[in-house]
Design a protein around this ligand. Structure first.
Ligand code: HEM
Length: 456
């Protein structure tokens, strides 16, 4: 008598789909709503129908942990990261395997606490400089979009962190071109039919000119720095000087370019969105704003200096930012792709399946949070913080590919919020509706129009 081994099946596919394009149309209209709806009806693991690709969505902390951490060796990044490769090459965000591991070791020291301590003064100085810009808006009493302001400020900070001084004009062009190329990437996601990059459409030509200019400038900066032969106190010098412990190898110019570009983009787009959402949420919750401002004033009025060592004393500021990233996680979904066949729960996952972890769902689920739609910074109070599962709250991802810049980002955002709210309050422009748009990051679709008022 032969034994029949029953093969596990792949996760169920929701029935509501288009005969040709499957779930793609629904995803374009309202990706978050669709995922939420399917989770409610099909449970915490299901497949999506996407032409040419296998896609599975998991929404259980154990599954997220399995994919991102426990069995991460069987996963590469998902297909979506391919979109970023023309811009970022093989930088940390988009590289894989042993190559990524070696690069992570080389780049890590640039984000050590000692380095962040050295960057704090610059972050404060640039944030204070921004007070003048905001003041110009406040004096006019006009509404302005805070998203481009936060983008410009975080670009200013990241470019000073990477290049320090002496290349301000070039750094500005780098910032402008990266912002532009990021916009192109987003536009490309929106295109109904995506033309290969090699076809010289007007769109692709624009992107290519921008990329060529960006590369030229970054290589110039690297060449000049190498020619100077002097190590500066910035991330670029740290990356140029970094040596593999065993082989003594360092990065060539192409790799330096990819890492610089990655840090520029990853360190800007995410933080500027998080800050814009925080300003918006505070404008909708004056009681929490008042509590935060009371903390800022009490500490600063008592003579406490704002430094790397004191920034975490502003506990409520940290709680506000953490709660803001719970409600509006700038990276709303992360994705991986199976190498070999795998099993998740009771299902079979085929090789080359894109397994997506919708962070935003974890952050808004009643399973894990009391009144998830309410803005309650109190849930991140120190005594409660440790009880939060790191695969339920994961604005910076999880596992070995966890955000390398998380401490940089928290420090920068805390400093910016403290500096701005010491001087201003921000009110949403009357009648302005804020809408979230889930693209590469979760952005306010039409920006956030606000009026700044100086505190008396
Ligand atoms: C609010 C701000 C930020 C958020 C929410 C955020 C979020 C994330 C997330 C979720 C990932 C993991 C992606 C994945 O698993 O596929 C990631 C990776 C990464 N982030 Fe951030 N990030 C932020 C700020 C920064 C900053 C300031 C920098 C650099 C200065 C940075 C650099 C990176 C890099 C290089 C990676 C790739 C790490 C690797 O794969 O080894 N991020 N970030």
């Amino acid at each position: 008598m032969s034994t029949v081994i029953k093969r596990k099946t792949t996760p169920p596919i929701p029935k509501e789909k288009h005969w040709l394009i499957g779930h793609v149309g629904m995803m374009k209209v309202d990706a978050i709503g669709m995922v939420k709806n399917f989770i409610e009806r099909y449970g915490n693991i299901f497949s999506l129908s996407v032409p040419f690709y296998k896609v599975v969505i998991v929404s259980k902390p154990e599954y997220a942990r399995y994919v991102l951490l426990d069995n991460n060796k069987n996963y590469t990044k998902s297909i979506a990261y391919e979109l970023l490769k023309p811009l970022l090459g093989l930088g940390l965000l988009t590289s894989e395997g042993d190559f990524w591991k070696q690069q992570r070791k080389l780049v890590q020291p640039a984000f050590h606490k000692r380095k962040l301590d050295e960057l704090t003064e610059m972050m404060i100085e640039r944030s204070e400089h921004w007070v003048d810009r905001i003041d110009a808006h406040a004096k006019k009493g006009e509404a302005f979009d805070v998203l481009p302001e936060m983008t410009a400020l975080t670009l200013d900070i990241i470019s000073k962190a990477i290049f320090s001084k002496g290349v301000e004009d070039k750094a500005q062009i780098v910032g402008e071109q990266i912002t532009l190329l990021n916009e192109y990437t987003i536009e490309k996601i929106h295109q109904p039919v995506r033309m290969p990059d090699s076809i010289p459409t007007p769109f692709n030509r624009k992107a290519r000119v921008s990329m060529a200019l960006l590369d030229k400038i970054i290589y110039e900066i690297i060449d000049e720095r190498r020619a100077e032969g002097v190590s500066k106190d910035d991330l670029l010098s740290m990356l140029i000087d970094a040596r593999d412990e065993e082989t003594g190898e360092s990065m060539d110019n192409k790799q330096l370019r990819d890492e610089v570009m990655t840090i520029f983009l990853a360190g800007n787009e995410t933080s500027s969105n998080a800050l814009s959402w925080t300003l918006y949420l505070l404008s909708q919750h004056p009681e929490h704003e008042a509590r935060m401002v009371a903390e800022i004033n009490e500490k600063l009025d008592s003579g406490m200096p704002l430094t790397f060592n004191t920034v975490n004393e502003f506990q409520y500021v940290r709680q506000v930012i953490e709660e803001s990233m719970r409600m509006y996680p700038p990276v709303w979904m992360v994705g991986r792709r199976t190498i070999a066949e795998d099993e998740i729960g009771e299902y079979r996952i085929d090789p080359k399946t894109n397994v997506l972890v919708p962070i935003i769902f974890f952050h808004h689920s009643e399973q894990f949070w009391e009144q998830p739609e309410r803005f309650m910074p109190e849930r991140f109070a120190q005594e409660k913080r440790n009880a939060i599962d790191r695969f339920v709250y994961m604005p910076f991802g999880g596992g070995p590919r966890f955000c390398i810049g998380n401490n940089f980002a928290m420090l920068e955002m805390q400093i910016i919020i403290i500096t701005l709210y010491r001087k201003f309050t921000f009110k949403l422009k009357e009648g302005f509706k804020v809408e979230a748009e889930p693209l590469v990051t979760l952005r306010p679709k039409y920006g956030v129009q606000m009026v700044a008022e100086r505190r008396a």
